[in-house]
Write a protein that binds this ligand. Structure first.
Ligand code: HEC
Length: 106
């Protein structure tokens, strides 16, 4: 029984850590490194290399805004599960090409 409790405690640790992570206010994430756009030479990957997620967010926002003026409709949550982990949805990589093309960014 004791072992079981210890195991439970171990199992719930990442959950607690995860919850704390999600609860962090977005402006406290400044200086965070990119986890996804870590290779390649997309505008986002280049921004990541330059200034981490802060810079990547800016570039992604610029792309979405630029695409909009060209008639494209994109939103962050159309490609990202959430704006904390930025985990990609299944369509994200394909749609990114469309977003980039519509934004005219190289
Ligand atoms: C059309 C799909 C799409 C849309 C819309 C989109 N993103 Fe992205 N985003 C991606 C893809 C794909 C990557 C990974 C790019 C790569 O690997 O080069 C990415 C990467 C990122 C990253 C880097 C994350 C990391 O850890 O590497 C951030 C930050 C980000 N996006 C923020 C945003 C924000 C903020 C918006 C809304 C303004 C947005 N994205 C809209 C597809 C999208």
């Amino acid at each position: 029984m004791k072992r079981f409790v210890a195991k439970l405690a171990l199992l719930s640790l990442p959950l607690i850590a995860g919850a704390a992570y999600v609860a962090r206010p977005t402006d406290a994430i400044a200086g965070e490194k990119c986890q996804i756009a870590v290779k390649g030479s997309s505008p986002t990957a280049r921004a990541c290399a330059k200034g981490g997620r802060d810079e990547a967010r800016k570039v992604m926002k610029d792309m979405v805004t630029a695409a909009k003026t060209n008639g494209g409709k994109f939103s962050c949550d159309g490609c990202h599960q959430d704006v904390v982990s930025y985990e990609l949805k299944p369509n994200a990589v394909e749609d990114y090409k469309k977003l980039q093309a519509a934004s005219g960014m190289k």
